[in-house]
Design a protein around this ligand. Structure first.
Ligand code: MN
Length: 213
């Protein structure tokens, strides 16, 4: 991941704001990236300015080691550092749908764990619908096993020693303009713009990171 160290900047989206139409609308992408993510970036930088030693730590190492950070900044880094990590992860995972995602090691692993891809999608959607209030649903690698989990607010799976592969942001700001309160409709649309090539890369990265641990 680029820009892993202070000062954090708002990296441009890896596609145009309107690239996900008609599934995710242009205005939502502008507000979500340029305002919501920007706010997390500004607040994370502000927090780190008050604790210069933390400026030498990468974003992921801070999130993996929250209990070792000064107590007075833990919550801000969980919220704002998590907000930066989660949004970058979520934005990078969307794009042009790949032609065929039913082949390859990642699909094979999904099928081994969930039976088939349709069952995986049903389980993932159920998890995303089950988030009460604001949070995320994730597919993670946990001690070598694929698992679907949810997190509240901007908490990350890194905090729990898990390696993320897929993430859907189910805060209302991610879908309210287009879908109003219909989160299920947004989740279906999100599957349409899920970049499976990136997902497979995340899967390989997760395998390597857990192997190193
Ligand atoms: Mn968001």
């Amino acid at each position: 991941m680029q820009n892993e160290f202070y000062p954090f900047i708002n990296l441009p989206l890896p596609y145009a704001y309107d690239a996900l139409e008609p599934f995710i609308d242009t205005l939502t992408m502008h507000l979500h990236h340029d305002r919501h993510l920007q706010t997390y970036i500004d607040n994370l930088n502000k927090t780190l300015e008050s604790y210069p030693p933390l400026k030498s730590l990468s974003l992921t190492s801070m999130l993996k080691n929250l209990p070792q950070l000064p107590e007075s900044v833990q919550q801000s880094i969980r919220n704002n550092g998590g907000g930066v990590f989660n949004h970058r992860f979520y934005f990078n995972l969307m794009g042009k749908p790949s032609a065929d995602y039913t082949r390859g090691p990642f699909s094979a692993a999904l099928m081994r764990t969930f039976g088939n891809l349709q069952q995986f999608q049903i389980s993932f959607k159920d998890a995303a619908l089950s988030v009460f209030g604001s949070g995320y649903a994730w597919l993670v690698l946990d001690k070598g096993n694929l698992k679907i989990i949810t997190t509240a607010n901007q908490n990350t799976p890194l905090e729990y020693g898990m390696a993320p592969i897929l993430a859907i942001d189910v805060w209302e700001h991610a879908y309210y303009l287009k879908n109003y309160n219909l989160r299920a409709q947004y989740i279906d649309n999100w599957f349409q713009v899920l970049n499976w090539q990136q997902a497979e890369q995340n899967y390989f990265h997760a395998l390597c990171s857990q192997h190193i641990q």
